[in-house]
Each structure stands twice: as C-alpha cells, then as structure tokens.
Design a protein around this ligand. Sequence first.
Ligand SMILES: *Cc1c(COP(=O)(O)O)cnc(C)c1O
Length: 285
Amino acid sequence: MKNIIFNGSMVDKSTVHIDIEDRGYQFGDGIYEVIRIYNGKLFTADEHLERLIKSATAIEINIPYSIKEIKNLLIKLINENNVTMGIVYIQVSRGVSPRKHSFTTIHTAPVFIAYTSELKIPKDSLSCGVSAITIEDIRWLRCDIKSLNLLPNVLAKQKAVAENCFEAIQYRDDTVTEGSSSNVWIVKEGVIKTHPANNFILNGITRQVILSICKELGIKTIEEKFTTDELLNADEVFLTGTTTEVMPIIVINNHKISTGIPGPVTKNIQSLFTLKIESICGPIN
Ligand SMILES: *Cc1c(COP(=O)(O)O)cnc(C)c1O
C-alpha cells in the first residue's frame, strides 16, 4: 500500500527510511497497536489509541499527537489507500540516538509510523475452529504493555505453526495466561472464564468488547485464573484478538476439546461480536 503515516504526515512509502540507530530497531524500544478495518471503517479505534498512549506512558515515551489527531490521520490513510477489509499497524519507537541502553539523557523525538494492509475475515477457521499447543510463558512481568519486544511471542507462535497449529497458549507455573497474540477463554458448565487483566496479560480490546457485551446481556463471565488442566478439560475454548476475532479452539496438544467441534457458547459470542462490528461498520458478510 502506497501511502504511510510518518511522524504526523502522510507520505509515499518509498520516501521513508528508518535510521539504523532507531531504538525500535536496535532495542525493540517502543510500542504498537493493530486496529481492524471493516468496510473501510476503523473498529474500536478510540480504545486502541487510548491503549497506545497507555503503553507509551508506561515506558516513558511521550506521543506528540492527540488521539483525535491520530485518528484523523488514520482515516485519511485508509481512504487514500482504499482499504476496505484490513488492518492498520501503528508503531511508536523511542526515536533515534547513538546506541546506548539508557535513554534518560537523550531528547530524541519518538518515531511514529502507521501503515495499512488488506486482511480478509478468516471465515473458514472461525466456523470450523483451529488447533493450539500449550507452551511455557517465558515473557517479562509487564505483559500489559503492548511492547515491540516480541521475541518470546514470536518463538511461541513459530512452535505452534511448526506443529500445524494456529496459536500457542502460554502458561506460567500452572496458570494459563494468554496466547502469543490473543486472549484465552474457557467455558465449563456454562461458566465463561478468562485471566484477569493484570501484568501477566495484555488486556485485549476484543476481550474488553466481549466482556462488555456479555455484561450488557446478562451472560455471566468471570475474570479469574484457570489451570492448564482446566483448559484441557473445558467444554469449550476460544481465543479473542483484533485479527483473531472470536476463534474456536477445538484441539489442544493433539487432544480434542470436548467433542472437537466449536461449542454453542463460543458460537453465540461469535454472533454477538459480529453484531457489534456491524453496528459500527455495517454489514460484513
Ligand atoms: C494484541 C494482543 C492481544 C489481543 O488484543 P486485542 O486488542 O484484542 O487485539 C492479546 N495478547 C497479546 C500478547 C497481544 O499482543
């Protein structure tokens, strides 16, 4: 896609060069967001941009644009690139300075970029369900920051893909935390559970949307820790995320979840989520 946002302006992608001493490039020193585009419209942009600011603040990066300014830039970009179904990726690095771990004495401007790509709704996987593996969570203790430091997530996902699976579900000690880029939910005897939003997980916007839809409709959900045993013996398991949407998990570690097909609670949440998208972006099917 031809146009990108670079430090507050829309420019041709070919004119942008990232410095070799950009701290995002050298240290993973920065943060990011992915926002879904349906029918050319941003879905839950404010929530994502609020989290972008929150992540930046947590690592002492000061983004020099307001949420409104960023949103206007993104809308302009989507229109100019003619995106209908896709994503916008936003990244803010601490900026460019001579390589040195500390940043306290530097006064560099953060480097802000955003670009779009096309992405279809993964209809087949959403209707049939996908497989996952479990893997030890070896990440740091600030998983609530959407940081560019994704090495453990990258290695976890790579292991899943090497085993023909969609996602790696991480556990710390015996507690299931989240996927490499998605939140994890279980259903047991009608009770819907997901890990509490603390420093051990990234509090997904999709997760928050599902929690609020359920609350509105009186569907009981609990934000509570659960074990890998509970995961494997659940009636239903699903993942949530911006590109993952509400994804049924039907097999984990080659072991079927219940009868190995997407369950009724998952399917109900999928259709409620679709209704939510359509209420903001219009019909998607
Ligand atoms: C982005 C992300 C999610 C999902 O968050 P959404 O806002 O729903 O896309 C979950 N876990 C991790 C580790 C993530 O990076």
